[in-house]
Design a protein around this ligand. Sequence first.
Ligand code: AMP
Ligand code: MG
Length: 444
Amino acid sequence: MNILTEKSSTTLKSTVWRKTCFLSEFSEKAASAACLMGWLHDRALVPDPTFGGIVLRITLRDCSGLRDFVVTTKPFIDLLSTLEYESVIAIKVLGKEILDVKILARAKPAIFSPKVITDFSTIDLVVHRPLAIRTERMKAVLRVQDQIFTSARQFFHKEGFCELRPPILSPATDPGIRGAIGADVNFYGKKYKITTSMILYKQMAICSLEKVYAFSPNVRLEPVKTRQTGRHLAEFCQIDVEQAFINYHDAMALAERLLVAILSDVKSNCQKELKLLERSLTIPTRPFKKLTFQEALNILSKAGFKQLQQRKELPWEAEKMLSNTFDEPFWVTEFPYGSRGFYDRQDPNRPAVLRDFDLLYPAGFGEAISGSEREYLYPRVKKRMLEQGLPLDEYSWYLDMLQHGVPPSAGFGLGLERLTRYICGLENIWEATAFPKVPGVHSP
Ligand code: AMP
Ligand code: MG
């Protein structure tokens, strides 16, 4: 974890201020002085008879955690005891002795400091992000998310997938975003969309690489009321996957392998973070349980959900209830024709159902993944688009592409923040990302 290749010399010159190690690496037994840099997390003046008076205990924080020091020299006590929390400081330390102190950035008084935050689900922490992101808990969540990125990349690399840089601007994007509004930008005089999902581009990419994935940012201006679900953001990321020449069962098996690989890596490599989050992870057994949409409806109507509509996806309350009845991730498959985007393939032998699926997390966490086999033949796609009242001219490049040989394929999108939320056991999805954009909330 060394941050500098050039280590401090045995006699640290007082004019040199360069961070020599992280707080977690600092040893009082080291023969040479260390230069540490971080944030003033806490401090307290305490009586100390050994030094014949008052000393200042300070807690420093850096990315590696917290560390306490005792300041016994009067000028340093005076300097630090009036400094606001979150000021950035550097100290030179040898053994227990603080040799020098430098203030790198003075903070102004804050409405709260990371040390006093106890309610991590409050929306205040979204608004006051510059302070909230500094908490030990947030760091643990972001390190877990970093492991998710790493594991996913390793998994796809092993499975022979190629990572793509996803599109952010699209002349046409996924219209199947149920109640959310897309965001437009003026692209040199034409209205372009900020991508809501890269489904159309995945079908373009498999014509070249066959097995593709991306960490794809999506913007969907979800209704403000979705804030209550704890799993809707207005900007989120999908681990977006597509493979040519496979069916939806293959895609589900791929998703199971991916999820198990990620969960196993987090469980073994993020023990410290999981402990801090008080989360114990179980690795689900493959294959996961499968319910058809119809079976899910039956369970729900027995549980008292009477108003469920045949040609709609499950409302989130119903989905949450269903998710609460399981203790491992499970599939809901074969949604009814008419309930999803035009690209979910209609089963040629059973026209009332789609060859598609959702994965749901257990314990009320709800939807994790949506995916399907795709419609890939031009006349079929055109028919489906017309049925959904979509303006064909907006999709002209896509419809044109379909006439240049697009293969059958299947794929899915796994919501990154929802996965992070589930793994970390967080109440709200806005706790599961560094820079949350919550529907209706103006925040950094
Ligand atoms: P969809 O195609 O709408 O099912 O989206 C694919 C996946 O992206 C979902 O299964 C979720 O994991 C995730 N997702 C969709 N909408 C949101 C949202 N508003 N906030 C966070 N994650 C989302
Ligand atoms: Mg979905």
